[in-house]
Design a protein around this ligand. Structure first.
Ligand SMILES: Nc1ncnc2c1ncn2[C@@H]1O[C@H](COP(=O)(O)OP(=O)(O)O)[C@@H](O)[C@H]1O
Ligand SMILES: N[C@@H](CCC(=O)OP(=O)(O)O)C(=O)O
Length: 382
């Protein structure tokens, strides 16, 4: 690994606001800013993903509770985002570090031309020694096209820019076997080395009466899954100890660390894996699962047993084994209504069933990304 690293550091509302709701936790913020400037001085490239627009906006407007309607949330975020950037600019300016505001919506990453453009903007900012500060563009994001949470957003940004590290800074020091707030017996989890283990923890998190009840840790596990699949080492650690970031990259066993999978080297596949929001899910029989995982084959209608979702042709979908385990993602050649007519059928029967000569494959292997895809370098960065 080269000694100069690219890092994405995400801080949640719970860490950057203090005990009084919506109030800045100034010492935490100052410590974070100092840490990020130290990392810059060491030559590393740093992106900060900061939540807080809604929380800070509520405080500014003296609202007693978080807004419930979308329009109100969007209005409050517009107030809070400016305030948030004002504080960051004051703190970073005190240390002579230039920053930039980058507000993203999901559609900025879903369309390939905009994805490539966002990549170039980040790379330009980093090349100029600037720390981009990213948040979701809450004020204009429409519900169906939201990242939804900044854990996911930070994982997608880490994948986009090809970061080596993603730090999810929160108000606990690491992940536990249960919520440590309500379970004093909860055991710390130091390292997770396999993608399948994240999947297993997520399954527990989603269950009823689960020990992982809060969305907070579930979205962090989902982010770890996206980031590690894209080859990014992910760390959950305490936002009140920002210097942990420096210790972790120096090799100390800080927080909970998720080991990265080999990074898919073909840029188009990285985009499929991380840029696109899946619009549905396909379940395969055993033969098709094996053909995809071991044979490097395209997906044919014959091996699909069931589908979920209302997708269009050329949407992204998740591909699952019969057990429900996610094994791949891809861009599909058929809409859900058409696919439901040809499930389990041979490719040569498709024209007669649908009344048109569709693609031979449901997902061509060039448009299919296996969870552990590590391919020959194609020489391009994007
Ligand atoms: N298994 C778990 N391990 C650690 N924390 C957990 C777990 N399950 C739930 N939590 C809770 O998740 C909270 C952090 O999530 P959240 O408040 O959403 O953070 P952020 O604002 O940083 O995104 C912690 O305060 C903790 O109480
Ligand atoms: N974009 C929103 C943050 C959403 C979010 O994920 O918040 P958090 O769980 O505190 O990281 C905001 O700035 O308020």
């Amino acid at each position: 690994m080269s000694s100069v690293q690219t890092l994405v550091v995400k801080i949640g509302t719970s860490s950057l606001t203090g005990t009084s709701p919506g109030q800045f936790a100034l010492s935490t913020l100052a410590g974070l800013v100092e840490t990020l400037c130290t990392l810059r001085q060491q030559g590393h490239q740093v992106v900060l993903v900061s939540s807080g627009a809604v929380g800070i906006g509520c405080r500014r407007l003296n609202l007693a509770e978080r807004p419930k309607t979308l329009a109100m949330k969007q209005a409050v975020a517009a107030v809070g985002q400016g305030r948030l950037m004002r504080i960051y600019d004051d703190l970073f300016s005190a240390l002579n570090q230039p920053i930039a505001q980058v507000l993203l919506t999901r559609s900025d990453l879903a369309q390939r031309s905009r994805y490539v453009n966002s990549y170039r903007t980040f790379r330009q900012l980093l090349a100029m020694g600037i720390i981009p500060i990213v948040n979701e563009n809450d004020t204009v994001a429409v519900e169906e096209l939201k990242f939804g949470d900044n854990d996911t957003l930070s994982a997608l940004v880490a994948s986009l820019i090809g970061a080596q590290w993603l730090f999810l800074l929160t108000d606990v020091d690491r992940l536990y076997s249960a919520d440590p707030r309500s379970n004093p017996e909860a055991q710390p989890i130091i390292a997770i080395d396999r993608l399948a283990d994240i999947q297993a923890l997520k399954a527990v998190a989603g269950g009823q009466g689960s020990a992982w009840g809060t969305g907070g840790m579930l979205t962090k596990l989902e982010a770890a899954q996206i980031a590690t699949t894209a080859g990014v080492r992910t760390v959950i650690t305490d936002g009140r100890q920002p210097q942990n970031v420096i210790k972790a990259i120096a090799g100390e066993p800080i927080g909970t660390q998720f080991a990265p999978s080999p990074r898919p080297s073909r840029a188009r596949k990285r985009w499929i894996a991380a840029g696109l929001a899946p619009a549905g899910r396909l379940y395969l029989d055993q033969g098709a699962t094996q053909a995809i995982l071991q044979g490097g084959k395209s997906l044919l209608a014959a091996g699909i047993t069931r589908l979920e979702g209302d997708f269009e042709a050329q949407d992204a979908v998740l591909v699952c084994a019969a057990s429900g385990e996610d094994i791949a993602r891809g861009i599909i050649n058929y809409s859900a209504p058409d696919l439901s007519q040809i499930l389990g059928r041979r490719s040569e029967d498709i024209p007669a069933i649908l009344g048109y000569a569709g693609a031979d494959t449901v997902i061509h292997r060039d448009n299919l990304v296996i969870a552990t895809d590590a391919e020959a370098e194609d020489g391009s960065d994007l």
